[in-house]
Write a protein that binds this ligand. Structure first.
Ligand SMILES: [Zn+2]
Ligand SMILES: [Zn+2]
Length: 282
């Protein structure tokens, strides 16, 4: 019986609607899931409604994209109150900035002679969160680049004609927003950050857990992050980071994390274990 605490839906950049995600979890024998869309909680209600029809527990989650020391830092939040107004207000601003950034990129590209408009970009975005990957896909579709990486290289990287700097949250603000919304902040895919003290800074900034179990983590990585979590009294989570079967080729539940792991996490961070996970049976 497995648990998957890192899943995306069409509310951000996933390809499955929340309803379909829940059905997939049922099919894969995953008992507890967390819906963790980028910078939005708008997929959660639908997932909860669907989960009631099946014996699946849904934890209210989010993945907030931030930047720190030139690095992308993703902060997961679990057990958040999706109605929290400070959180929602801040997320709204973040999403608005992203849309404005996309418009500015299109403007700069047009000034550089590229025939592209916002509608071309929107066509490649499936949800609310439009960003550089969608502009890149539009450039490929319009034959201004061979493929997405090429589009970044020619047009969208710093010092390229279409580059617009991002206005990001910093991870400490994300940690405090999640905490104030009643949630538990956990660092997503810590391997992406390397080992030059960034993780320690975040721990000092109020982080409560590490995503120790992740599809690209080897047993050595898992042991390393597990020890790091123990040393700082942090909880350990696991998630597949599913975005849809076409993306990254992982499926719901493709992570070595169990009900026992979830129970240990809840105990470490002082939360009640979700109803269905308590006894380990239906
Ligand atoms: Zn992430
Ligand atoms: Zn993710």
């Amino acid at each position: 019986m497995s648990v998957d605490l890192h899943l995306h839906t069409t509310a951000s950049d996933g390809t499955f609607k929340p309803r379909r995600l829940v059905k997939r979890a049922v099919k894969k024998g995953v008992r507890v899931i967390a819906v963790t869309d980028h910078d939005t909680t708008s997929g959660i209600q639908e997932a909860c409604d669907e989960a009631q029809r099946w014996s699946v527990d849904v934890i209210c989650g989010i993945e907030i994209n931030t930047e720190y020391r030139g690095r992308e830092v993703h902060v997961l939040g679990y057990f958040i109150d999706p109605e929290n107004s400070d959180l929602q207000r801040r997320l709204e601003t973040v999403r608005m900035h992203r849309v404005q950034r996309m418009s500015k990129m299109v403007e700069r590209l047009r000034a550089a002679g590229v025939e592209i408009d916002e509608e071309d970009v929107r066509r490649h975005g499936r949800g609310e969160s439009l960003g550089r990957p969608h502009v890149a896909q539009a450039l490929v579709a319009k034959k201004y680049a061979f493929h997405v990486a090429d589009a970044f290289e020619r047009w969208l990287r710093p010092e390229c004609p279409g580059y617009v700097p991002r206005e990001s949250l910093d991870p400490f603000e994300a940690i405090s927003l999640i905490t104030q919304a009643g949630g538990v902040p956990v660092l997503a895919h810590p391997l992406h950050l390397g080992s030059d003290g960034v993780i320690e800074d975040l721990i000092a900034g109020g982080l409560r857990g590490l995503e120790v179990y992740y599809p690209t983590h080897s047993p050595t990585h898992i042991a390393y992050f597990s020890d790091l979590a123990d040393a700082h009294g942090l909880g350990k989570t696991g998630g597949s980071d599913f975005h849809g079967p076409q993306i990254k080729r992982v499926d719901v539940g493709d992570v070595d994390f169990s009900l026992a792991g979830l129970r240990a996490f809840c105990e470490t961070v002082g939360r009640d274990v979700p109803r269905l996970a308590r006894g380990g049976r239906l």
